[in-house]
Design a binder for this molecule. Structure first.
Ligand SMILES: Cc1ncc(COP(=O)(O)O)c(C=O)c1O
Length: 389
């Protein structure tokens, strides 16, 4: 069996290579390299796809989160509640604005912030502390929505805006208020990343904020260009958060295939679920993901990552690597144990579910083009590892 990478960009590019190259060539020849008509077209498509009124293309998923917090005026002395278990950007942007991150532990099944823990923290705080909480950022980790119903209820009770970190979850669906909503469209703002490994990935960095709030949308557009409106006149301080035209052009090509890729990832995830079940590896050794919504919800989980929990995770990872199988740990250190956040005063043991996830999770290759044989090889190797004792 040849090497099975965690993600195979070559395989994705192969059937669309000519389309991508012609889209890039068109941008080169247009001499319009920043923002412009392609960015606008992508914004319109993603806003519609996600069920939001406005979309603002930005330079990365990190900048999408940063600009969303800036639009709410988050700064020194403010607090932002989020998960301790995500990619660094989620917490990094809070600290960069001089605000303090408040962590609430995850739900061990969804891997995203548990609304009960948010409520518990808020309940115990005096009114003047609660007033300092300027946002809640749930993360739809691995491609499945957080428990948005209860998160929105808690946030609503305390009047705190919700910014969805949907970097890994574009198109993921969630039943909400009698209809099916898509990731990013439930809170006040939603943030996407177009990092190449995402289900919709560019050929470099890119991101987007969506919102149905017209005033916020205008503010985000102004913040994206250093706060200038009109050009060279600044009533606020923004940054260079512009999306390159070439990324939009490539993303527009890839966007046509996005639902098909989601579906292939889902098929592959279900195949893993079934094959692991048939392999009869005890639950004490591995657990496959437990997605919450199926039935009428088409993209309940877009499987940006297929993440198992594994006993002796690091040894399993080395064994798989030695057998040509690429895996990754998302993420090995929760935020509260990161050196740069020591000043927040958290300690080991504060968020047991996040710490356990950091010790046990392992992402397996689930990209759309992986073949059934390759998946069977992965399952066989996992089984072999645990049968060696
Ligand atoms: C959950 C999460 N948040 C934020 C980001 C940041 O996105 P980007 O890498 O595009 O800056 C990522 C991407 O890696 C992510 O996975």
């Amino acid at each position: 069996m040849k090497r099975i990478p965690l993600l195979d960009i070559d395989a994705q590019l192969k059937p669309i290579r000519e389309e991508v190259i012609s889209a890039v060539t068109e941008v080169i020849d247009s001499k319009q390299y920043i923002l412009g008509k392609r960015v606008q077209e992508l914004e319109d498509k993603i806003a519609r796809y996600s069920g939001s009124h406005h979309a603002i293309g930005v330079s990365s998923g990190t900048d999408a989160l940063l600009i969303a917090l800036m639009a709410l005026g988050v700064g020194k002395g403010d607090l932002v509640i989020t998960t301790p278990y995500s990619f660094f950007a989620t917490a990094g942007v809070i600290a960069r604005l001089g605000a303090a991150a408040v962590f609430a532990d995850i739900d061990p099944v969804l891997y995203s912030i548990d609304p009960a823990n948010i409520e518990e923290w808020l309940k115990k705080r005096p009114a003047d502390t609660i007033k300092r909480v300027k946002a809640i950022i749930p993360v739809h980790l691995y491609g499945q929505c957080a428990d948005m119903k209860d998160i929105m209820d808690v946030a609503g009770n305390y009047n705190i805006p919700v910014i969805e970190d949907a970097a890994q979850a574009i198109g993921a669906e969630y039943p909400f208020d009698g209809s099916i909503k898509r990731a990013g469209s439930i809170g006040l703002m939603g943030c996407f990343s177009f990092f190449p490994s995402k289900n919709l990935g560019g050929i470099g960095d890119g991101g987007m904020v969506i919102t149905s709030d017209e005033v916020l949308a205008e503010k985000l557009k102004i913040l994206r260009v250093h706060g200038a409106n009109p050009k060279y006149y600044h009533r606020m301080i923004g940054g260079n958060f512009r999306l390159d035209t070439v990324q939009a052009a490539v993303l527009l090509v890839k966007f046509k295939y996005l639902d098909g890729w989601h579906e292939s990832r889902q098929t592959n995830a279900i195949r893993y679920d079934e094959s692991f079940r048939k392999a009869n590896i005890p639950d004490s050794m591995i657990n496959t993901p437990s997605p919450l919504y199926r039935g009428s919800v088409r993209h309940y989980h877009i499987y940006n990552q297929y993440v198992i929990r594994a006993a002796r995770r690091n040894e399993l990872r080395t064994f798989l690597e030695n057998n040509g199988i690429g895996t990754e740990i998302y993420y090995p250190v929760p935020f509260h144990l990161q050196e740069c956040f020591t000043y927040l005063g958290y300690r080991k043991g504060d968020f047991p579910y996040s710490e356990k996830a950091a010790d046990e999770t392992l992402a397996l290759p689930v990209y759309p083009e992986i073949t059934e044989d390759m998946q069977m090889y992965v399952v066989d190797k996992v089984k072999e590892f645990y049968s060696m004792g």
